[in-house]
Write a protein of this length. Structure first.
Ligand code: PLP
Length: 362
């Protein structure tokens, strides 16, 4: 019998991906449009770095407030520029800010993350009270297709790589002009990323190795760079509207299937991080929280053995330990895929396999 197709994992360049000419009407309206200025850079961290370089001319205190719940690449552009890093927590649901002063100092930078494609309302409310003194960067890397994110801060960063089969790409948006243009893309990085997308089905091992090499190159390259030509070409041909719709449909279906299956048995050792999906929100995935870190790892491995790839967002940096709830969440969370490649049958299979393994593991 044929093995079922993989679920989740890196995006590939595959047949049927590109919209036929003229099919994108209105022409692929991107949720980040309408924000004054936009610049296509190669990575999220490069886009944050470019924003900081622009702010350096306008007055910075040299201090940044970063969420404890963040991947290390968020802090990287601040570290590279010698910022003093301060952290804040957000509690077990990532919606209760703690550890932030009532008033930020003039010239401080506040970075807030919209997690998993959802509006971070609590942090936006706080940011709104600081706007006179501090610079606000809205990190929408996990919310690039959602509507209404990134409309309030001085800058918004939308990451494309986690959502689309593009080799690189992050959009920096701002009501202010975004010049001068950053450095050109690095050929050896963009080519590896492009080849990795292209080879994923034909030679997954080579694709994985190329993707890892590209990540390594990105980590050692501090310069903000423009996105590759290939990314700009692909963006004009991807059905972003369709992707957005599909992800919302998949989220709802997975939510219903999991709730049906998991509320039947005794107390479930898994719960969804979010109770619902707001209007305009487009999910990066369907994050679930397990009762124990070991159970999270066992479930992740069991699903991976069936080629159901579920990322962990994220391994936090050691200083995040000071925020017990955020730290504990990061060790128990798992993101189930709901991306545009999945149809109803895959979503049902995903829910069934999660329920099956949980039953077996507990
Ligand atoms: C929330 C968030 N911000 C920023 C980044 C950095 O993006 P990039 O890897 O494109 O530099 C990431 C990367 O995973 C991220 O998850």
């Amino acid at each position: 019998m044929d093995r079922p197709a993989p679920i989740g994992g890196d995006f590939a360049l595959e047949a049927g991906l590109l919209a036929p000419d003229g099919a994108l009407r209105p022409p692929g309206p991107a949720p980040w449009r309408g924000r004054g200025h936009g610049l296509l850079l190669s990575s999220g961290r490069g886009a944050i770095g470019h924003a900081l370089d622009l702010l350096a001319r306008r007055g910075l205190s040299g201090r940044v407030w970063l969420p404890a719940y963040a991947c290390p690449s968020v802090a990287a552009p601040f570290r590279a520029r010698g910022f003093e890093l301060r952290r804040y927590g957000q509690g077990p649901g990532l919606d209760r800010p703690r550890g932030l002063p009532r008033r930020l100092e003039r010239g401080d930078v506040l970075l807030l993350i919209h997690y998993f494609g959802r509006l971070n309302r609590a942090l936006l409310d706080y940011a709104g009270r600081q706007a006179e003194r501090a610079w606000v960067i809205e990190d929408c890397v996990q919310g690039c297709l959602a509507r209404g994110l990134g409309r309030q801060g001085d800058f918004a960063v939308h990451g494309l790589r986690k959502w689309l089969p593009v080799p690189d790409g992050a959009l920096l948006c701002s009501p202010r002009p975004l010049g001068p243009p950053p450095a050109p893309p690095r050929e050896e990085l963009a080519s590896r990323q492009l080849l990795a997308r292209w080879l994923r089905a034909a030679d997954p091992d080579a694709a994985r190795a190329l993707a890892l090499e590209a990540e390594g190159l990105l980590e050692e390259d501090p310069l903000p760079r423009r996105a590759s030509w290939a990314t700009a070409w692909l963006l004009r041909r991807l059905d972003l509207q369709g992707f957005r719709r599909r992800r919302r449909v998949n989220w709802r279906r997975l939510d219903a299937r999991l709730r049906e299956r998991l509320t039947k048995g005794p107390a479930t050792p898994l719960h969804p991080l979010h109770p619902d999906l707001g209007p305009g929100e487009v999910p990066l995935g369907y994050p679930v929280v397990l009762a124990e870190p070991d159970l999270r790892e066992a479930l992740r491995r069991a699903l991976a053995a069936e080629r159901i790839w579920c990322p962990v967002h994220w391994e936090l940096e050691p200083e995040a330990r000071a925020f017990e709830a955020d730290w504990s969440l990061s060790r128990r969370i798992l993101t189930l895929p709901v991306d545009q490649r999945l149809g109803a049958a895959e979503v049902d299979r995903l829910a069934a396999r999660v329920a099956h393994h949980l039953e077996r593991l507990r």
